[in-house]
Ligand binder design. Structure first.
Ligand SMILES: Cc1cc2nc3c(=O)[nH]c(=O)nc-3n(C[C@H](O)[C@H](O)[C@H](O)COP(=O)(O)OP(=O)(O)OC[C@H]3O[C@@H](n4cnc5c(N)ncnc54)[C@H](O)[C@@H]3O)c2cc1C
Ligand SMILES: *[C@@H]1O[C@H](CO)[C@@H](O)[C@H](O)[C@H]1NC(C)=O
Ligand SMILES: *[C@@H]1O[C@H](CO)[C@@H](O)[C@H](O)[C@H]1NC(C)=O
Ligand SMILES: *[C@@H]1O[C@H](CO)[C@@H](O)[C@H](O)[C@H]1NC(C)=O
Length: 346
């Protein structure tokens, strides 16, 4: 990836800054370049590619209203529809091997009845399983469905987004932003896509971590994903299968806990015995950046140096890959609105 020197002082005033080079920052950048093709866009971040939370996610497209507290279901459906249309168009195109979008069938199992999941009408196909079918699969669950959706293999998708952003004239600066005040008089609008660290950057203490852990195994015979509500699931990527998982609220530790690894393996082996012979090739712990609701808002922030138009786009929690494309379109629409408005006097 190409870095520009920090051009801050020389930026034309009608320009846009984005904090964050995770999936949310890069998707927002793409939408802004589409909506405002003549306005220069600069991304500021101190973590790129494999250093981001986005990089290691399972990437399964499975929107879940429960993970979007405080957002009305119509909005979640609209974001999901937007994302599925985009991801599926990539998955069915010759670009799929570069963007990392895979049409992937999967099963969801449960002991409580599953009522109309949000993506039922969006995905490629969806069908409830009969008890005879559940028996054949050898699982100890009363209910289940079979669904064909998209897995975004983020290690491919992030570099693809980054390359496209730069091809279209986007600039990238590698640095830590200590305060959005640094952009007063530098950019006309700044978008805050700082994920979990919005907690410090905009002082938003309503962002909280939900710690996750994935065990990567080599299992080329697994060509589908399986999800349960009992902290056992697995999702195939290009060269590995990710086994999960845990959801630990308010735990900031990025250390790998061997007890968590053992628990994940034990639950997954019980669910799907064929995984037992899959060699472990890696492990990954990161924090899902939760906020109820995800914040997509425009405000003028007041600093000592002056006012600054800020659009927030953070707090995507467990759904960040799934919702990145749809929420980022809304953020870009707010940026268009903000750039047209005269600067408020504060
Ligand atoms: C174990 C696990 C499994 C997951 N599985 C899935 C899944 O299957 N499907 C799904 O949809 N989602 C999943 N997620 C959720 C998803 O990973 C996140 O919601 C998503 O990655 C958030 O993206 P982001 O761009 O907001 O944040 P990040 O990827 O964390 O990017 C933040 C960016 O902001 C930059 N930044 C922040 N603060 C500053 C600062 N002060 N100065 C400079 N730069 C700054 C960082 O450098 C980085 O570039 C999973 C998460 C975990 C932990
Ligand atoms: C960004 O800068 C930091 C600190 O100078 C450096 O350690 C890191 O490797 C850089 N990242 C990239 C992707 O070049
Ligand atoms: C981004 O927003 C969050 C939440 O408001 C805030 O804590 C963080 O400081 C902001 N980022 C920057 C660079 O100001
Ligand atoms: C957070 O997780 C770490 C690693 O698993 C563990 O050692 C620690 O006890 C946990 N802390 C809390 C407060 O649960």
């Amino acid at each position: 990836m190409l870095f520009k020197k920090d051009l801050n002082r020389k930026m034309p005033i009608s320009s846009i800054g984005i904090v964050g080079a995770g999936i949310v920052g890069l998707s927002t950048a793409m939408h802004i370049q589409r909506e405002l093709p003549r306005v220069p866009v600069t991304i500021y971040a101190d973590k790129f590619d494999r250093a981001t939370t986005s990089f290691g996610a399972g990437g399964l497209f499975r929107p879940n209203v429960d993970y979007c507290k405080g957002v009305d279901p119509e909005t979640v459906t609209r974001w999901s529809k937007d994302a599925f249309e985009f991801f599926s168009s990539l998955a069915t195109s010759p670009k799929a091997s570069d963007t990392g979008h895979m049409i992937t069938p999967g099963y969801v199992f449960s002991n409580t009845p599953i009522e109309n999941p949000l993506y039922k009408g969006l995905v490629f196909s969806f069908r409830d399983l009969t008890s005879a079918e559940l028996q054949k699969l050898g699982v100890d669950y009363k209910y289940g469905y079979q669904v064909t959706t998209v897995v975004t293999y983020v290690p491919k998708y992030l570099p693809w987004l980054m390359a496209k952003f730069q091809e279209q004239g986007g600039l990238v600066v590698n640095r830590t932003v200590n305060s959005l005040e640094e952009f007063v008089g530098v950019h006309s609008v700044v978008v805050n896509c700082s994920g979990f660290r919005s907690r410090d950057l905009v002082g938003d203490k309503t962002v909280y971590p939900v710690r996750g852990h994935l065990v990567r195994v080599k299992a080329p015979w697994i060509k589908y994903w399986v999800y349960t509500e009992d902290s056992a699931y697995f999702i195939p990527g290009f060269d590995e299968v990710s086994l999960g998982g845990i959801r630990q609220k308010d735990n900031y530790s990025l250390d790998i806990n061997p007890k968590d690894s053992e628990g994940i393996k034990e639950r997954c082996y019980k669910l799907w015995p064929s995984l037992k012979n899959a060699p472990v090739i890696g492990e990954w712990v990161d924090l899902r950046p939760h906020r109820d609701p995800v914040r997509i808002e425009y405000e003028t922030m007041k600093f000592d140096k002056g006012p600054l138009k800020v659009v927030h786009n953070y707090g995507h929690g467990a759904n960040g890959i799934t919702l990145s494309w749809g929420t980022s379109r809304d953020a870009a629409t707010l940026v268009s609105k903000a750039i047209m408005e005269p600067q408020a006097r504060l």
